[in-house]
Ligand binder design. Structure first.
Ligand code: HAM
Length: 415
């Protein structure tokens, strides 16, 4: 037997309704904020992520599925959605269209990480990217969208952490202070962070190594270095979030693991799903579009991990209602009855009513058992008596109530 590759999962027929519920909710909420869907390819030229996500990030350094295709091009399976969306925005001239462009997507992502609960090698994201506006009101709106989505899928026990990591200018000053501080403790840093210190000191702040974490705990905080403009921007985000009744905590430790971020960054974190508690992460990325060859167009967005949402719902006992099951299951006995079942089943399907009938030549008892297993709402029994008087016996499975219905009336019967 061949099993799935490590870090991947099948979504089985009995569970797919949960995914559909999350996806439909995501689409509905995104649309109420004016977003439209984008679908970008599963793979991109590797350069998109090198330039977008950043060469010193863990994602680019250790986690990408990169290969040369048969034409010798370096290709990477997307490890996240933002860089591809930004590339598509430039590539298709959307940056010259109506701005802000409000985009949402549902996509699979690939990261070669050590699998554990809530951390997979292929996982799925619902993402939002709003491109073209730099006002803090769109930052607040994007965070509100994430918060609304989480509420609508039934999640209440998450904490929103927000921070500002400033613009290019204030980052320069902060970087200097950080280098000064880290250089004093360089011997304690892990080998990778020693390298990061020279190339991209901000990345040291999200190292998972315990020794590095001890040192970064007392490092200078970016919020003490942001310029007046960035500070005013961050204050406005907070003011609007309060107006929208979205509770949050300011946490100077949120720096995010991707290089494209500027100013507002945020995460929704749960205590109920173990070590991988971040269900949603996002922020502003004002330099990304220009990095990918476009104009100086700002952007902000987030992505939610769908597997983590499902895990959180399960761990907190939130049930997703199962809809779209079989309404009527026809249980025929004999050849004539089977033909009638086939005919009536087809009529109901044409009306959009989910119906089915026996394909296995089972006896009546086994047919009822099967109907029960698939969760059919009604069983329509057709035997020789029923054929003789032109009616079927309709049994409601929930309470066992039975009624006779003329074959010709079934299509108009209240079900
Ligand atoms: P990210 O924080 O790398 O951000 O990922 C976003 C979410 O994807 C995480 O909060 C988590 O729920 C889920 N996730 C990440 N890695 C895994 C994994 N290995 N297994 C399962 N779930 C995972 C981004 O990807 C940015 N593109 C978000 C963004 C959009 N920022 C601005 N716009």
């Amino acid at each position: 037997m061949i099993s799935v590759p490590k870090g991947t999962k099948d979504v089985l027929p009995q569970d797919s309704y949960k995914w559909q519920f999350i996806e439909r909710t995501a689409e509905r909420v995104a649309k109420t904020f004016g977003a439209q869907e984008i679908r970008t390819p599963t793979f991109e030229h590797t350069e998109v992520f090198l330039r977008g996500v950043g060469e010193t990030t863990d994602i680019v350094n250790k986690e990408m599925y990169t290969f040369l295709d048969k034409g010798g091009r370096s290709i990477t399976l997307k490890p996240e959605g933002t860089a591809g969306v930004a590339r598509a925005f430039v590539d298709n001239g959307l940056i010259n269209g109506a701005l802000p462009g409000k985009i949402y997507y549902l996509t699979q992502c690939f990261r070669y990480e050590r699998p554990q609960a809530g951390r997979l090698r292929e996982f799925h994201q619902f993402g939002i990217e709003f491109l073209g506006a730099s006002d803090a009101n769109i930052d607040a709106e994007v965070i509100l969208l994430a918060s609304t989505f989480l509420k609508e899928v039934g999640i209440s026990n998450v904490t929103l952490y927000i921070n500002s990591i400033g613009c290019k200018e204030c980052r320069k000053k902060y970087q200097q202070a950080l280098i000064e501080y880290l250089s004093k403790n360089i011997d304690e840093l892990c080998p990778l962070c020693k390298d990061r210190l020279a190339k991209n000191p901000l990345r040291v702040l999200d190292c998972k190594n315990e020794d590095c974490k001890k040192i970064t705990a007392n490092a200078p905080k970016i919020l003490d270095y942001i310029c007046d403009d960035c500070s005013a921007h961050f204050n406005k985000v907070q003011k609007l979030l309060k107006l929208a009744n979205v509770p949050f905590k300011v946490d100077a430790g949120i720096v995010r693991g991707l290089d494209y971020y500027t100013r507002t960054v945020f995460e929704f974190v749960s205590e109920n799903i173990g070590a991988q508690g971040t269900v949603c992460g996002g922020g502003r990325y004002d330099g990304l579009i220009a990095e990918l060859g476009g104009n100086d167009v700002p952007g902000i967005g987030f992505a939610v991990g769908i597997e983590r949402i499902l895990m959180l719902l399960e761990n907190t006992g939130v049930e997703i209602a199962k809809k779209d099951g079989i309404k009527v299951y026809f249980a025929p006995m004999g050849e004539q009855a089977e033909e009638k079942a086939f005919e009536l089943c087809t009529k109901l399907r044409e009306k959009g009513i989910a119906s089915d009938f026996d394909h296995m030549g089972r006896g009546i008892k086994a047919q009822f058992k099967y109907a029960d297993k698939i969760g059919a709402e009604y069983v329509a029994v057709i035997g020789s008596d029923e054929i003789a008087n032109g009616s079927l016996k309709l049994k409601r499975m929930a309470d066992g109530q039975e009624r006779m219905v003329k074959f010709d009336d079934l299509i108009n019967e209240q079900l």
